[in-house]
Design a binder for this molecule. Structure first.
Ligand code: IPE
Ligand code: IPE
Ligand code: MG
Length: 246
């Protein structure tokens, strides 16, 4: 029998919590299709799953949760699905701010904001501004995000700074490079979770994943509950992170 939430909670080693968790929120469409619902219902249920995951991370003291909400490749979907997702994002941002302020959660953003529709951009900017002072935890939304795109944007800005005389090429080491990424103010990524049974990164956090622990689950994101997230963290706590050492 699946272990109860409280039993799992008690097994947590609070000294070895991941500081930064990332989730590829995948499987919304299949979850809905299997229930004879439109894909949009899956995305709505996915937003609820995000709320639960955020709550758990906050409860146990994870510093940063970064979630993949819309990739640079997701524009390839039907206009109907893309516009539903954009409206859902606006709704989420507008609704969530009050709760985030109550819970002292700061919103962060990863991705290319310029490529977003104006209404999404302004909802996002508003939510970023309204939660900027919160300190307990950071929830990063990756929207119009692609790992390769992030690396190109970083390289472009770096080249600009070199041209302007602000950066010397020989000073570009891993830390200097990381400071140009969308995750510049986040701790190193400890644990990356992908539900839905797919075993790929789909262009998520390519630089940041270098030494993250990976956790895959067959559950679809809308049904991925607090217990599943706890199981992933407990699994992470059993791993021997060697970072190349013997
Ligand atoms: C993830 O669920 C949500 C987004 C990519 C926006 P999907 O919509 O990819 O769901 P599946 O993979 O088709 O089941
Ligand atoms: C990854 O899921 C992107 C998000 C969850 C936002 P996809 O469903 O787009 O990934 P692929 O196409 O299966 O690789
Ligand atoms: Mg998918």
């Amino acid at each position: 029998m699946a272990e109860k939430y409280n039993d799992l909670l008690q097994q947590l080693d609070m000294e070895r919590l991941p500081r930064h968790i990332a989730i590829i929120m995948d499987g919304n469409g299949r979850w809905a299709t299997r229930r004879c619902l439109p894909r949009s219902a899956g995305h709505k249920a996915g937003a609820e799953a995000l709320r639960r995951a955020t709550e758990l991370c906050r409860e146990i003291g994870v510093e940063a949760l970064t979630v993949y909400a819309f990739s640079t490749e997701n524009w390839r979907r039907s206009e109907e699905e893309v516009s539903f997702l954009m409206s859902l994002l606006i709704e989420y941002l507008q609704k969530e701010v009050a709760l985030m302020n109550q819970q002292d959660i700061r919103l962060g953003f990863l991705g290319d904001m310029n490529g977003l529709p104006a209404e999404v951009r302004s909802a996002l900017l508003q939510a970023l501004q309204d939660t900027a002072e919160n300190k307990h935890m950071t929830l990063n939304l990756a929207i119009n995000y692609g790992g390769r795109d992030e690396l190109c944007r970083a390289a472009r800005r770096m080249a600009g700074d070199v041209q302007a005389g602000l950066l010397q090429p020989e000073k570009i080491d891993e830390a200097a490079f990381a400071a140009y990424l969308d995750t510049a103010d986040c701790p190193d990524l400890d644990l990356l979770i992908r539900p839905s049974g797919e075993l790929r990164l789909s262009n998520f956090l390519l630089f940041q994943c270098a030494y993250s622990e990976l956790y895959f689950s067959d559950r679809m994101w809308p049904e991925f509950g607090k217990r599943d997230l706890l199981s992933a963290i407990l699994d992470y706590q059993q791993r021997d992170r060697r970072f190349g050492r013997a």
